[in-house]
Design a protein. Structure first.
Ligand code: C2E
Ligand code: CA
Ligand code: CA
Length: 707
């Protein structure tokens, strides 16, 4: 008897298959990311769900072609076909959730899925057999060998495609993940239908409809089976979801949310320049790698890669060249590691490589050697040769500690590699350990300092050099550590910058500074306040908007607020600095160049900058009376600054002779211990109020208070 077609079942089959594939995507991703003790349970539940789902879909497909036949619902053959479906489910889960799909694995899955599907089909057809005897089938089904070969190849191909897709999508971080999944789900639906159609051409079933105890006729049975099959599929998917929910992460939510979050945050997981995973994605990857290595009792290494001499490239060759070099670096790093390793970009010129499945340090060495050597090779960008190198620090899991420690320790080893002369790699060791432990402690302390708001501001008065009237102040941050007491910025600002916490801290400084100006105003004091900006704040495109918002919120006139940027920072980030200056100018925000003259001092540099104030570094001031050259330089800076209409402030004025010299040279304002150390807000306001009366700021009068 030849097959007939039940057309209306086709859309049902397609949507059921597509849905099943879509759910499977989520399952495989979960399995890949989960490594808890519940993974084994999840693995079984997912495999059974996928197997049973496939089995149900298979019946829907069978009904398309044999819907007008009668089925024996509970037969040994049908039970056997379910077992085969389960083995397919297990194969899919086991192979696709592996980190790397090997060739053998792929072929194995293709064979299991291809042969399995056919076996399932063959066994289920026995449902059409009234004898209910599996071994009798051959008497009722005739085979067409060529069709069989074709059918098997189709099933094998479709199996390969689905396993490759499942395996690939789980760590895909590009755009349109949702769309890709939907497209592949639909393709899978069509493939399953096609497999059944080709299978059908391989057999000719001679069946008779005979009554038996659970024998239903015609449409009624079709409908019952379809409903049963689908309910089964959906129920299983949801049971799995509930199961997973019990283990804290809701699969249901996950299935719905992963889509949303991975798709909308894909950009949040990928570095837009190099297309590598970013810090966030890498953290996730590291987490799962650690869990995987625990399962397999294997070792993993984290290589922290920092480019040497990269920063000057942006300034001397321009940003487009810098960007091109970073893209090439990404390519070379990817080529230097093995397929099972992951490379990510976690900062401007900082990369990391996750080296998995290693047995000893000896396995790591050739890989990091390849990394170091590949970066040492010259880069050719727009016809220019660029030479850089990299320093690599390596920490090994579990030897060098948990996930948090691993990053910090690899970073510490990288710093050691830099110290040792760059262009090399260094394993984390006990020598680095003590330094790194301090860093770890600092990291934790800083995080809790931010959470508990352990910071405060002190204010150092700025006075007029000539008449010594109080004209403003500089805000300086203090960390009131719960056990270590007051910590000065020199001790924690560099660490906060390294840990990427500086933005949070400085945002607080800017807002607290604005609040202080407001409180002073409410108290009748017109406080002109200077606030220090950190290097990282340059990179924040919303900085100007934020400042304007704060000014609006606290009703602060433009004249009351100024931002200080260090000369070294400005020189190192010249283009960004100039860009920021333009934005500041447009928003009428005043800028001072801090610590001027502390580094490679360049007078001509001043001419090209759109700034309002120059702060002479205290090193300069300290020597003003000691050597003539210093005095001549200060003289030159003040003249040039005045010619450019800039305010000049001297920092670190400690003696009366220094003050006199500065006043003689025409310096506008000064700060320093001679006048006052940084003091509390209350003391500053008291000072202003007292001096408002006499409008004169007399040193000896308050020095005791300030100290
Ligand atoms: P800076 O901006 O150059 O601040 C001046 C530093 O010189 C202050 O140190 C101040 O206490 C100190 N100082 C003032 N007068 C004298 C003097 O007569 N003699 C000597 N020897 N030193 C004097 P402090 O408060 O320890 O701050 C150090 C640095 O930390 C600051 O240098 C600034 O770069 C940074 N800093 C302070 N507060 C902040 C902040 O809120 N954000 C950022 N990003 N950096 C800050
Ligand atoms: Ca400053
Ligand atoms: Ca300074």
């Amino acid at each position: 008897m030849k097959a007939s077609y039940d057309i209306w079942l086709i859309p049902l089959s397609l949507s059921a298959s597509a849905f099943a594939m879509y759910v499977t995507f989520g399952f495989v991703e979960n399995l890949y990311r989960t490594a808890s003790q519940h993974r084994a349970i999840l693995f079984n539940v997912y495999s059974i769900a996928i197997g049973t789902g496939l089995w149900a879909i298979h019946f829907v497909n069978l009904l398309i072609f044999y819907g007008n036949q009668a089925f024996t619902v509970f037969s040994l053959a049908i039970f056997a076909s379910w077992l085969v479906a389960l083995s397919i489910g297990y194969t899919i889960c086991a192979t696709s959730s592996k980190k790397v799909m090997t060739f053998n694995c792929l072929i194995f899955s293709g064979i299991v899925i291809g042969l399995g599907s056919y076996l399932m089909f063959y066994l289920s057809l026995s449902g059409l057999n009234e004898t209910n005897n599996l071994w009798n089938l051959s008497t009722n089904i005739s085979f067409y060998p060529i069709s069989l070969l074709l059918a098997l190849s189709t099933a094998f191909g479709a199996g390969l495609l689905s396993v490759v897709t499942l395996s690939w999508i789980k760590h895909y971080i590009g755009d349109n993940k949702l769309l890709i999944k939907v497209i592949f789900s639909v393709i899978t639906g069509i493939a399953i239908l096609a497999i059944h159609a080709t299978f059908n051409t391989t057999v000719d079933v001679q069946s008779q409809i005979v009554e038996s105890q659970i024998l239903l006729a015609d449409k009624t049975l079709s409908e019952v089976l379809i409903t049963l099959g689908l309910i089964c599929l959906f129920l299983l998917a949801f049971v799995v979801a509930l199961y997973y929910e019990k283990f804290n992460t809701s699969t249901l939510k996950h299935l719905l949310n992963t889509q949303k979050s991975t798709d909308s945050a894909n950009s949040g997981f990928k570095d837009p320049l190099t297309q590598l995973p970013n810090r966030r994605a890498f953290k996730r990857e590291l987490e799962t790698a650690i869990k995987r290595s625990e399962r397999a009792s294997s070792t993993i290494a984290l290589a922290y890669i920092d480019l040497d001499h990269f920063k000057p490239i942006n300034d001397s060759h321009g940003h487009h060249v810098g960007d091109a070099v970073l893209m090439l670096v990404a390519q070379r790093l990817n080529a230097a590691v093995r397929v099972c390793d992951t490379v990510a970009r976690i900062g401007g010129d900082e990369f990391v490589a996750l080296i998995e499945e290693i047995k000893s340090d000896e396995d790591i060495i050739p890989i990091v050697e390849r990394i170091v050597n590949s970066i040492k090779e010259p880069f050719l960008v727009s016809g220019q040769q660029i030479d850089i190198s990299c320093s690599v620090g390596i920490a090994v899991y579990p030897r060098d500690g948990d996930m948090e420690r691993l990053m910090i320790r690899a970073d510490a080893a990288m710093y050691k590699a830099k110290e040792n002369g760059k262009n090399q790699f260094k394993f984390f060791d006990s020598e680095i350990e003590s330094a790194s432990d301090k860093m770890l402690e600092m990291h934790r302390d800083l995080q809790s300092a931010i959470e508990n708001n352990e910071f405060s501001l002190e204010f150092q008065p700025k006075v007029n050099c000539k008449n010594q009237s109080l004209e403003g102040a500089e805000a300086l941050i203090r960390w009131n550590h719960p056990t270590k007491g007051v910590i000065l910025p020199k001790k924690f600002i560099p660490a906060a910058e390294r840990f990427g916490l500086i933005n949070q801290i400085n945002d607080w400084v800017v807002e607290e500074g604005c609040r202080a100006i407001r409180r002073a105003k409410d108290d009748g004091v017109d406080l002109k306040l200077s606030i220090n900006l950190a290097r990282q704040q340059f990179r924040n495109p919303k900085l100007v908007d934020k400042i304007l918002q704060l000014r609006k919120r606290y009703k602060i006139p433009a004249a009351n607020l100024m931002f200080e940027i260090k000369e070294t920072t400005a020189i190192k980030n010249e283009n960004q600095f100039k860009h920021l200056l333009l934005q500041f100018k447009a928003a009428e925000i005043k800028v001072a160049l801090d610590d001027f003259g502390s580094q490679q001092f360049s007078l001509s540099y001043l001419q090209h900058l759109n700034i309002d104030e120059v702060k002479l570094d205290k090193v300069f001031i300290g020597q003003i009376n000691e050597n003539k050259a210093s005095r001549a330089l200060v003289d030159a800076v003040i003249r040039l600054a005045h010619a450019l209409d800039l305010n000049v402030v001297a920092e670190g004025v400690e003696t009366e002779t220094q003050r006199e010299a500065l006043a003689d040279l025409g310096c506008n304002q000064m700060q320093g211990y001679l006048i006052s150390k940084p003091i509390s807000e209350r003391k500053l306001l008291n000072l202003f109020k007292r001096l408002n009366v006499i409008d004169q700021f007399w040193v000896s009068d308050h020095q005791s208070e300030a100290a």
